[in-house]
Design a binder for this molecule. Structure first.
Ligand code: SF4
Length: 252
């Protein structure tokens, strides 16, 4: 279905179907490497530019287009514009197949527009929804569904999601959504958890990796008990439990 491409993407993580990274069910792709260092970034392990898993654009496009019941793909990170050339090509390929493209970037739309990097412009031209701007911890919001802080904006770069424009849908007024998954003995979270919950789970994850006898169930139980005492986490925690049965990573 795709023309041959030699381009590859350094992927930090991917989930074939999530409901916490944009409208509807989406394939989410986290890229490795980000030049920014936002305090409170919930994916600090994705900031360093290092080899994680290099995947061919063509293979990813095939995988995405053959994933059932999704309406689009979301690029997160890490910083997607750090791999703009390959992601633009991937975006183009999946859009031709009718899928939508959403991107989270730590750069503002204006910065991206002003750039004379043709790969940036090419990626912008293949995005339907862009969430732009760095995460600002002091402006953390628990009430913007897919978005972490109040300074960030959602840009409608095509008319595909007209119905989501704030004046039409009020989509921006729901609580953050997060999903929790267990893979073997590892706990994965995606969506935008409250910073206290992120810190708690990261601390527990570190503890679990050093104390090998600790079981995942006790880790979850402990996290749940401690989280329940954090009133600031209350709404986020509820969301976590609501979606824990559903459906990995965290986002820009
Ligand atoms: S929040 Fe996003 S833009 Fe900021 S350091 Fe983390 S990955 Fe980079």
């Amino acid at each position: 279905m795709n023309q041959a491409s030699d381009l590859m993407i350094n992927v930090a993580q991917r989930i074939p179907c999530t409901e916490a990274e944009g409208p509807g069910k989406r394939y989410a792709l986290w890229v490795q490497g980000c030049p920014l260092r936002c305090a409170g970034c919930c994916n600090p392990h994705m900031l360093e530019v290092k080899d994680v898993e290099w995947l061919k654009v063509n293979d990813l496009a095939d995988e995405i287009c053959n994933t059932p019941n999704i309406e689009g793909i979301t690029f997160i990170g890490g910083e997607p514009f750090g791999q703009a050339k390959a992601l633009a090509e991937l975006a183009q390929k999946v859009r031709v197949q009718g899928l939508s493209v959403m991107v989270f970037s730590g750069f503002t739309y204006e910065q991206l527009q002003r750039s004379n990097n043709p790969n940036y412009q090419n990626l912008l031209a293949n995005i339907d929804l862009l969430v732009d701007g760095p995460y600002v911890q002091a402006k953390h919001s628990t009430e913007r569904r897919w978005i972490g802080s109040s300074n960030q904006n959602i840009r409608f770069l095509s008319d595909r999601y007209e119905y989501l424009k704030p004046e039409v849908s009020g989509w921006d007024q729901g609580a953050n959504t997060i999903e929790i998954r267990l893979k073997g003995d590892q706990l994965f979270i995606n969506g935008f958890p409250h910073p206290d919950l992120t810190a708690l789970l990261n601390a527990q994850a570190n503890k679990a990796s050093t104390v090998k006898q600790e079981s995942v169930s006790s880790l979850l139980q402990e996290s749940a008990q401690e989280s329940a005492q954090e009133s600031a986490c209350k709404s986020t925690y509820k969301s976590a439990h609501k979606s824990a049965h559903k459906s990995e990573g965290k986002k820009s």
